[in-house]
Design a protein around this ligand. Structure first.
Ligand code: SAH
Length: 265
């Protein structure tokens, strides 16, 4: 099957960029994402992510859409993209628990031939990992604890399978006001397979105002779940993850890739 490149169809008129804005600091956006935003006549997104890129929006029409209105937002973006350059912004990477898939589905269902480009970005697991040291150095799993679009039973089963693998697990959407108990349930599942001393790192607002970092162990984390909110991501280490120390201080988490088994250093 030949894949028709999304962005290279012959056509005059508008286009649609799905722009990943990274964790929140403009310095963490890619040059391509900056250029796509610069080219856009209008920019559409939810208020929180639009605020983060506010310095890049001068002179553009800005369309704010609220959380939970993603389908409507995708349709509105496509409608405009028939005749102008539209940037739909999505935090982190638009393709990771973001807006890319719903926009592409809406484009597909409409039969539109508007050129679409998905512009990648730094997803929260990776921006948070960099703040913690190097907890995701090899294989790792990401899971979202949000049961808005995925049934909780499915999430529980995936959690069990993930922690059974013994690799680090990054938990997106770890704790909302609506369902604060999901995180405690996830930690209980982790405890079935991981030792109590397994390192856990939480980064709240990575690369944004209000950034906070917690490094603890799986056992002690059970008493610190209040630290976690929806602007946080939690990384539970794998079998080989360990605390990164300097004397008595904990600096973060390292998951060795295995160089120590091959080299002397
Ligand atoms: N597309 C986004 C994820 C959207 S889901 C991405 O690729 O990062 C929203 C969840 O992402 C939040 O609940 C939180 O768990 C995580 N998240 C997004 N940005 C974050 C940041 N700057 N710091 C910490 N967690 C973040």
């Amino acid at each position: 099957m030949e894949v028709l490149p999304l962005q290279s169809r012959d056509r005059t008129g508008g286009r649609l960029y799905i722009v990943s804005t990274g964790p929140g600091d403009l310095q963490q956006m890619t040059p391509r994402a900056l250029k796509a935003l610069a080219e856009a006549d209008s920019v559409i997104g939810n208020a929180f992510y639009l605020d983060l890129v506010e310095p890049l929006l001068a002179g553009k029409e800005v369309i704010t859409s609220s959380m939970g209105r993603e389908v409507e937002r995708a349709k509105k973006a496509l409608e405009r993209a028939e005749h102008e350059t539209v940037a739909m912004v999505s935090g982190g990477d638009a393709g990771v628990y973001g807006m890319a898939s719903i926009v592409l589905e809406v484009v597909e269902r409409s039969g539109s031939s508007v050129p679409v480009e998905v512009v990648p970005g730094v997803t929260a697991a990776l921006s948070a990992a960099s703040r913690l040291g190097s907890p995701l150095s090899g294989d790792f799993v990401t899971l979202s604890l949000s049961d808005l679009l995925t049934p909780w039973e499915v999430i529980e089963e995936r959690l069990d399978l993930a922690f059974r693998m013994g690799v680090p697990v990054a938990l997106y959407n770890p704790r909302s006001n609506g369902r604060p108990e999901n995180l405690a349930k996830a930690v209980a599942i982790a405890r079935r397979h991981a030792t109590p001393t397994t390192p856990v790192g939480v980064v709240k607002n990575a690369f944004r105002k209000g950034e906070e970092i917690l490094v603890t162990t799986l056992e002690a984390f059970e008493d610190r779940l209040d630290f976690v909110d929806m602007r946080s991501i939690a990384i539970v280490g794998g079998e080989e993850s360990r605390l990164w120390r300097r004397d008595a201080d904990v600096r973060g988490i390292i998951t060795p890739r295995g160089y120590h088994r091959k080299y002397v250093y």
